[in-house]
Design a protein around this ligand. Structure first.
Ligand SMILES: C[S@@+](CC[C@H](N)C(=O)[O-])C[C@H]1O[C@@H](n2cnc3c(N)ncnc32)[C@H](O)[C@@H]1O
Length: 275
């Protein structure tokens, strides 16, 4: 999957820049979810889960709960979809979005590293863009395997931040900023580690599917990949100067105006089965 994101997104960027913290986070999740790349990834995850009517499904770290709602259509009224997330405010948003829809779904607060579910509760589990934030992804995998029924599938999707590239003329400044970005993500290499984590959790029939998000909209890429905070870190660590920092962003915005901006990052969707 390699997509150009050519849609008009100025209003979304404005929303990302202007809103208070929780609203901004929700706007961030919605903006990412609406990228054609992400829509395709989410569809692929659902297909890999092979959902059937009556299934019991877990979305670990469900965010806004939109994926929980989408999966409810596959499991039907005899099934059940549970969205787990650690943040109460996020769950309030998820519950509000689902209110009145009459779907067989529920939202539960909890830590994926220690989940409040009995062994073998779910037919299958998904988790998207969550492991990169965790102190102990191995523990999360072991928990996901524990709550999945024998024969059930687990599908993970996460980014490998070392694969983030941005075209710019100052290679040293680019490397320093992208390095700071990767180092600022708790598990910046999680994408390449997903397959081994699945094996260590005794999962079988593992498949790995890479996908690359290409962004040719400079302001969107700067906002979504949080390049300004990364550049500030590089500056604070003395890896770049203020002049290099300012020149780098000025060049990226010029490239955007001239339709020469290019960035890409690769993520991996990994599917495994519990024996
Ligand atoms: C990048 S968001 C992705 C949300 C959702 N999966 C999506 O695709 O839109 C990461 C989510 O992980 C949740 N999260 C972070 N640490 C967690 C933990 N230890 N247990 C459960 N959820 C966690 C956050 O609250 C956030 O909603």
């Amino acid at each position: 999957m390699g997509n150009r994101e050519d849609e008009k997104i100025e209003d979304k960027i404005a929303a990302l820049n202007g809103l208070a913290s929780h609203e901004r986070w929700m706007a961030y999740l919605d903006t990412v979810a609406q990228l054609p790349y992400m829509t395709a990834v989410k569809q692929q995850i659902t297909e890999l889960l092979e959902l059937h009517p009556g299934d019991s499904v877990l979305d670990a770290a469900c965010g806004t709960g939109d994926d929980v709602q989408a999966m409810a259509a596959y499991v039907g009224p005899t099934g059940r979809v549970v969205g787990l997330d650690i943040h109460e405010k996020t769950l309030i948003e998820a519950r509000q979005r689902a209110e009145g829809l009459g779907l067989p779904i529920e939202f539960v607060r909890g830590d994926v590293q220690q989940m409040p579910f009995a062994d073998d509760t779910f037919t299958c589990c998904r988790s998207e863009r969550m492991l990169q934030h965790l102190p102990d992804p191995r523990r999360a995998l072991s928990e996901l395997a524990r709550v999945t029924q024998p024969g059930g599938r687990i599908v993970l999707y996460d980014t490998d931040w070392e694969t983030l590239i941005v075209d710019a003329s100052d290679a040293d400044t680019t490397r320093a900023i992208l390095h700071a970005k990767r180092a600022d993500v708790r598990q910046g290499w999680i994408g390449r580690q997903l397959m081994a984590l699945m094996r260590e959790a005794s999962l079988h029939d593992i498949t790995v599917i890479p996908s690359t998000l290409i962004l040719t909209d400079g302001p969107l890429a700067i906002a979504l990949h949080e390049l300004r905070p990364a550049a500030t870190l590089a500056l604070q660590h003395g890896e770049i100067t203020q002049a290099q920092h300012d020149a780098w962003f000025a060049e990226l915005l010029l490239r955007h105006q001239e339709q020469r901006f290019f960035s890409a990052v690769t993520a991996f969707t990994v599917c495994g089965r519990k024996l």
